[in-house]
Structure formats: structure tokens, C-alpha cells
Design a protein around this ligand. Structure first.
Ligand code: ASP
Ligand code: MG
Length: 405
């Protein structure tokens, strides 16, 4: 007998009909003789609706109360799914995050799981029940309810799979797997049969919305066998594992993209030795995430600095930089909005020189100016204007032969 963790996302539980479909999926796994833990998201767009209600009251709602509010979404689903299973003659019990022993650090809105006490879940599994756990939420040592950041139910599922030493974690969603790029935008995007943890981590961090990046991090650290698959179509999904075992011949495996990027330029930093550390320490203290950083030195020995951020962070960044102008000792500030980041990812890049060169050639041939660049061993990202984003994605997808034959 195996132990399987199944996770169903918002669209897969978006209506009563769909919840009944999920119950069938769970029944299938149970009938194969497995113990089953099910993690669910809130129904459909209900988390967004909760966010909107809070925004009607306050532009910056209290973070504790926000977690209190958002955690209710998942609680609706667990109860309904448990009823559906019981109705079908399968014994089930639902648990909120705290009941399932999911402990987090004391941060509201984006907490990390710190440990999981699996006793309660294990007890119910041994009693033969299906255990249904609310995704995206946990509790602090002090008993405060927290949430794990948007999309965080994936992380609940993988963390539970790791803590329970499950044989497998299946992430059921509204697409049939991980694609070479977003199939909603690029018609001939192809489903990948397998990707490595590292490739998936890059793809998830670079804008492929299919998995929460922290879920992939967990899966990698605890070696959880992960599969992304469809809750509606019974077809093979994408397996995420240590080494991609199939299709290894491809140097580039996928193209990820993300809009809403701003490039900030700080000119004439006079204390060039310490300016980098002061700027980025100040931004970090204000919870501003900086992505790509480029520095150059002027003939007079001052430094010019460009960095990219999410456009959502632009106003706070501007405030931080202006409020600290004296200490940071710069001449001028500048920003460019409406940018996007397009990235190519693949483990094969490590041993194949010339991949970046080819990327820039493709972009140049498509008349797409590149504003910033960053690379790692297995990815190259280029910042381009938002209006060129999809053109760049299509050209790269084509040039690296990622499409269906
Ligand atoms: N319901 C939460 C969200 O919409 C968590 C999740 O679905 O993973 O972000
Ligand atoms: Mg999701």
C-alpha cells in the first residue's frame, strides 16, 4: 500500500460538479489500495473575491486580518469535498492548516512552513480515512493563522508529502502538465514529459505560473516525486524529478515570461565602494525584491546602477531612494516602466556554449531591443519592452525548436 498526496487547484474545485469530479479522482486512488491525503485550494476565483472585498474597506488591510479572511476560502472546499466523499461511501475527514499540524514562521501573507506535526493526519490515515487538508495556510507557535503567499497550496501539498514520506505528490490542475511555454499564448507549445527540479525551479521563478516556486524547492530538498497533471483529462502529466530522464537532448527546455517589470537607474553614486551595499541593504530592509543588477563606473569614478523590480514595487522603491538621498549620495534617478522579462531555461546549457549568443541573435533578428540581461548555469533572461514580449517568446520558442512537430 502506498501513500499519495493529491492537490487540486482552484479551477479543479470551482463548482459542486467539479468537487464531485475530484471525489471520483480520490476514489480511484483509494481503490488502487493507497492511503490518500488531499490538499485543496479555494473554489475558483474565491480568493480574489475575498481580496477585493478587503480592498473595498482599506487599501492596505491589516495583514493579520487578511490571513484570517483568505484562509476561509480553503476551508469551504475541504468541508464540501469531505461531504462529497462521505456521500460516495468513502470515509473522509477535513482539516484546516492548524489542525493538520502545519506550523509556519510568524509572518503574515507570505509565511514559510517551519515544521509539520503529522500526528493528527497519520491517526486518521491509519483509521482508513481520506484526509483532506486546506492548502495555503498554517499556524504560528503563538496560534496565529498565516497564509503562504498566493498559489501556496502547492507548497502545502509538497511539504505534507515530504513530512509524511509519501510515495508521490500529484498536483492536479487545469492544464495537462508543464509546457515548453504558456500554451494560452503560443499555440504549438508542447507538453514536457519530464523536467528536473532545477529547471522547474527556474521556470516557476521566472513566471511559469503552473507551480508555486517554494513547492518545487521543497520537492527538490526532500526528493518528493512530483507530477503535474490534469484533473479533467486522464492523460500522462509532467514528472518533476532529480534529473530529467527523457528528452535530455534538448539544450533549452522552456521559455518563461513575465510582464510588469520596471528598470530603475541611479546615476552618479559618489561612494562607489559602498554604494551598492547601502542601496540594496536599504531596499531589502523595506521588503523590496530586486532582480537583475547592472553596475558601471564613470570616468570620474562614480557608479551608475540599474536594477529591475516588479512594477508593483516602483512607488515604494522611489520613496526609499528619495528618502535616503543623502546617505546614498547619488545625482539622479530614472525609471522605465512597461518592461517584461523573457527567459530560456534548460539544464543542457551548462555544457553548451553559445546558447546566450543564439538568444541575442534571435532577438536582434526580430528587431527586439534588449534592456538588461541575467544568466545562471541553466537560464538566460532578457528584459525587453512589454509590447515585444510575446513576439520574443514566439521567436525563441521557434528558434530553439521547442514546438510540436
Ligand atoms: N487560494 C490561494 C490563491 O488563490 C492559494 C492557492 O490557490 O494555491 O492564491
Ligand atoms: Mg496554483
Amino acid at each position: 500500500m502506498g501513500l499519495i498526496v493529491q492537490k487540486f487547484g482552484g479551477t479543479s474545485v470551482g463548482s459542486i460538479e467539479k468537487i464531485l469530479n475530484v471525489a471520483e479522482c480520490v476514489r480511484g486512488e483509494k481503490e488502487r489500495g493507497n492511503q490518500v491525503v488531499v490538499v485543496v485550494s479555494a473554489m475558483g476565483k474565491s480568493t480574489d473575491q475575498l481580496v477585493n472585498m478587503a480592498k473595498e474597506i482599506s487599501e492596505q488591510p491589516n495583514k493579520r486580518e487578511m490571513d484570517m479572511l483568505l484562509s476561509t476560502g480553503e476551508q469551504v472546499t475541504i468541508a464540501l469535498l469531505s461531504m462529497a466523499l462521505n456521500q460516495k461511501g468513502l470515509e473522509a475527514v477535513s482539516f484546516t492548516g492548524w489542525q493538520a499540524g502545519i506550523m509556519t514562521e510568524p509572518v503574515h501573507g507570505n509565511a514559510r512552513i517551519s515544521k509539520i506535526n503529522t500526528d493528527a493526519v497519520q491517526k486518521q490515515l491509519h483509521a482508513g480515512k481520506v484526509v483532506i487538508v486546506a492548502g495555503f495556510q498554517g499556524v504560528t507557535e503563538d496560534g496565529e493563522i498565516t497564509t503562504l503567499g498566493r498559489g501556496g497550496s502547492d507548497t502545502t501539498a509538497v511539504a505534507l508529502a515530504a513530512a509524511l514520506n509519501a510515495d508521490k505528490c500529484d498536483i492536479y490542475t487545469d492544464v495537462t502538465g508543464v509546457f515548453t511555454t504558456d500554451p494560452r499564448y503560443v499555440k504549438n507549445a508542447r507538453k514536457l514529459l519530464s523536467v528536473s527540479y532545477d529547471e522547474m525551479l527556474e521556470l516557476a521563478n521566472l513566471g511559469a505560473g503552473v507551480l508555486h516556486p517554494r513547492a518545487v524547492e521543497f520537492a527538490k530538498n526532500y526528493n518528493v516525486r512530483l507530477e503535474v497533471r490534469s484533473s479533467m483529462e486522464k492523460v500522462e502529466g509532467t514528472v518533476i524529478e532529480g534529473e530529467a530522464t527523457m528528452e535530455q537532448n534538448l539544450v533549452v527546455r522552456g521559455v518563461a515570461f513575465e510582464d510588469g517589470i520596471t528598470r530603475v537607474t541611479v546615476l552618479g553614486l559618489r561612494n562607489s565602494l559602498t554604494s551598492l551595499s547601502t542601496i540594496f541593504t536599504t531596499l531589502a530592509k523595506n521588503q523590496i525584491n530586486v532582480d537583475i543588477i547592472i553596475q558601471s563606473t564613470t570616468e570620474e569614478g562614480a557608479a551608475n546602477l540599474s536594477f529591475s523590480i516588479h512594477t508593483d514595487d516602483w512607488i515604494p522603491t522611489l520613496n526609499v531612494l528619495e528618502n535616503n538621498k543623502e546617505t546614498l549620495a547619488y545625482d539622479q534617478l530614472d525609471a522605465e516602466n512597461k518592461l517584461a522579462k523573457v527567459s530560456i531555461v534548460g539544464s543542457g546549457m551548462i555544457s553548451n556554449p553559445g546558447v546566450a549568443a543564439k538568444m541575442f541573435e534571435v532577438l536582434a533578428n526580430s528587431n527586439i531591443p534588449v534592456k538588461m540581461v541575467s544568466t545562471s548555469e541553466i537560464k538566460v533572461s532578457a528584459v525587453v519592452e512589454e509590447k515585444n514580449m510575446l513576439k520574443a517568446v514566439e521567436a525563441l520558442h521557434e528558434a530553439f525548436e521547442l514546438g510540436q512537430n
